[in-house]
Design a protein around this ligand. Structure first.
Ligand code: M6R
Length: 598
């Protein structure tokens, strides 16, 4: 997730920088601007935060009334000056900023290099500038060249382009990544999100999917990718700046929960080359490590590995790893951390490296310490997560780990091509299914209200859903301060059940998978002691509805993906419980987003 912004107005430099400041929540590892000035393109860009960029900016040498800018959250190519946007074509006549993930960029890049193009970065985005250059060479206008480009490039795109070939215009396109435009007497604007535009105009339009937009000083023209005019629908937004920064949501946590369909969809598109590079490092013994929520992703995946590939994998909490594993000969350590900076996880990696492990990192932060310490890494595509409670980064960790092990299964012939394709097809349905669950947030809100005054809760499950029980309990306790414990349901009778008395809340994760029959037995044990039962079940499971006091239905899906689906209502449950109890879910007490102490 990155932020793009463009403007045609007086003082474009100040407006661009102001806009980028308001988009920094979308990414902040690099920043850059391009301005049209006397039919030249001036570029200033660098690694790091906007604050540092401003300190070194030579304001005197910059002026113009047309510009584009970018604030980056690295996906392809580590944070560096070269990889920062805007990117140029070979002649410096076309400048591009892009937000999204281009799936087929490697093959297109190779073709372009064969045709003599010189690339300056490792990003996927740079190919847009070079492809447009190719089509312009053939005699096409910029708009037509853009159309040809987007028809070849696969993946998500929101881009803004300025060019010396047709000055006075900003060319934009949107597919899957967000884009809005705004217009007023003071200027015309395009942006990934409202906060950058609202200070200048409240008259905005959401650019529909698959639309090319050409912005000029006094107006906007738009058409579909097949060239048919498509008028934008402008409206007056009533959002104020503060709520616009959270996309209109009251908290970042709920915004991030609702971003999950997009985050999952982008993560599914991780190019195979990254998965192959990492799977080649998997050896006979596989350990997975992480802390907090990231450990839960490890735990859930270890069940998946044994189920689908029939091999053992060992999940270990990062802070305990040194105490448990004396050597890593013939072993691979998969280290999972959204921030890539958690001290316990980095320590575990350093220790395992010394003991001969190969390291595969899974992180949401390209350029973080984990990417430096790993032999190969995979980046989840969540975009920055601001709420302290991990939500979208957890489900994308599960997706990335599933992708890695499916790919490994295929390469090592533990999985045949047709099963591999079948599972991937099922995975591609997840964004829509998750959206369906999110549309029922009202139902989970009511359930959360019903239980928000409880002092204690058990989260119980079997199999790979045990990790989800632990995650549900962690989410609830860390933001609502309700005492919550996750357990394997079968284990609860070996002690925890002593706490159960009439009204004690037991939350069961009970989808229609191989664990369902046994879970019913566990529910009955708790019911017999007067527990209040809230179950997460598969749509239409009448028997479970019957024995539960409250239930939330998730759609039927391929068994492997129930942990992902069952996570969503539990995130919402915790979020609403925190708000009903009057706590700010974005800033839980005693916690930090990145825990850099041991
Ligand atoms: O950045 P990491 O994924 O390494 O962070 C690990 C934990 O600190 C983190 O998941 C923590 O448990 C979250 N607050 C959970 O919501």
């Amino acid at each position: 997730m990155c932020g793009i912004f463009g403007c045609i107005c007086e003082n474009a430099v100040e407006v661009l920088l102001d806009g980028l400041r308001r988009l920094e929540y979308r990414g902040y590892d690099s920043v850059g601007i391009a301005l049209l000035n006397n039919n030249n393109i001036l570029i200033r860009k660098d690694k790091g935060k906007l604050e540092d960029f401003l300190k070194n900016l030579d304001f005197e040498s910059l002026s113009g009334s047309i510009g584009i800018g970018h604030t980056r959250w690295a996906t392809h190519g580590a944070p560096s000056r070269e990889n920062a946007h805007p990117h140029l074509d070979c002649f410096g006549r076309i400048a591009v900023v892009h937000n999204g993930v281009l799936e087929n960029f490697l093959s297109l890049r190779e073709e372009l290099i064969e045709r003599g193009h010189k690339f300056s970065s490792n990003t996927d985005s740079e190919i847009i500038a070079h492809l447009i250059e190719e089509f312009v060479k053939m005699g096409l206008s910029l708009k037509d060249a853009l159309r040809e480009t987007i028809n070849i490039v696969k993946g998500s795109i929101a881009c803004a382009i300025i060019t010396t070939l047709e000055p006075g215009k900003i060319f934009c396109y949107r597919r899957e990544s967000p884009l809005i435009v705004g217009i007023s007497r003071n200027g015309t604007f395009c942006s990934s999100d409202m906060p950058a535009i609202i200070p200048y105009t409240k008259n905005i339009a959401i650019v529909p999917e698959d639309t090319i937009v050409v912005i000029e000083r006094n107006g906007v023209y738009s058409e579909s990718s097949s060239g048919i005019e498509r008028k934008l629908e402008f409206f007056e937004t009533n959002l104020d700046l503060k709520s616009a920064e959270r996309g209109g949501y009251p908290h970042f946590m709920i915004k991030e929960i609702f971003e999950q369909p997009r985050a999952i969809s982008d993560t599914i598109k991780i190019p195979e080359v990254y998965l192959d590079r990492a799977s080649k490092l998997l050896r006979d013994r596989i350990y997975l490590t992480g802390s907090g929520t990231s450990y839960h992703a490890c735990l859930s995946t270890s069940y998946m590995i044994s189920k689908i590939l029939s091999i053992e994998a060992f999940p270990i909490i990062s802070s305990e790893l040194q105490e448990m594993i004396p050597n890593f000969d013939e072993s691979t350590l998969i280290a999972v951390s959204q921030s890539g900076e958690t001290a316990d996880t980095l320590n575990a990696i350093r220790y395992a490296k010394k003991k001969n492990a190969k390291i595969v990192g899974i992180t949401n932060t390209l350029g973080s310490s984990i990417t430096m310490l790993s032999d190969a890494y995979i980046c989840t595509q969540s975009g920055p997560e601001i709420g302290v409670a991990a939500t979208k980064t957890f489900v994308t960790q599960l997706i990335a780990l599933d992708l890695l092990f499916l790919r490994f299964g295929l390469i090592s012939r533990r999985l045949n091509q047709s099963d591999y394709n079948k599972i991937l097809d099922e995975m591609k349905k997840l964004p829509k299914i998750v959206e369906k669950i999110l549309n029922q947030h009202q139902k989970i809100k009511e359930i959360s209200l019903k239980y928000s005054s409880k002092q204690n809760a058990f989260f119980l499950a079997r199999g790979s859903n045990v990790a989800i029980a632990l995650e549900g309990a962690l989410k609830l306790k860390e933001i609502s301060y309700i005492h919550a414990e996750g357990y394997p349901a079968g284990e609860s009778k070996h002690g925890p059940i002593a706490l159960v008395e009439p009204g004690f809340l037991c939350i069961f994760i009970a989808p229609k998978d191989r664990t369902r029959e046994k879970i019913i037995g566990n529910i009955m044990e708790m019911k017999a002691r007067g527990a209040e039962i809230f179950s997460i079940i598969t749509e239409g499971d009448e028997e479970l509805k019957e024995i539960s006091d409250s239930y939330f239905e998730v759609p039927q899906c391929y068994e492997l993906f129930y942990p992902i689906l069952c996570t969503i209502p539990l995130q919402l449950f915790a979020y609403y419980a925190a708000t009903f109890r009057g706590f700010d879910p974005d800033k839980p007490r005693n916690l930090a987003k990145s825990v850099t102490v041991i």
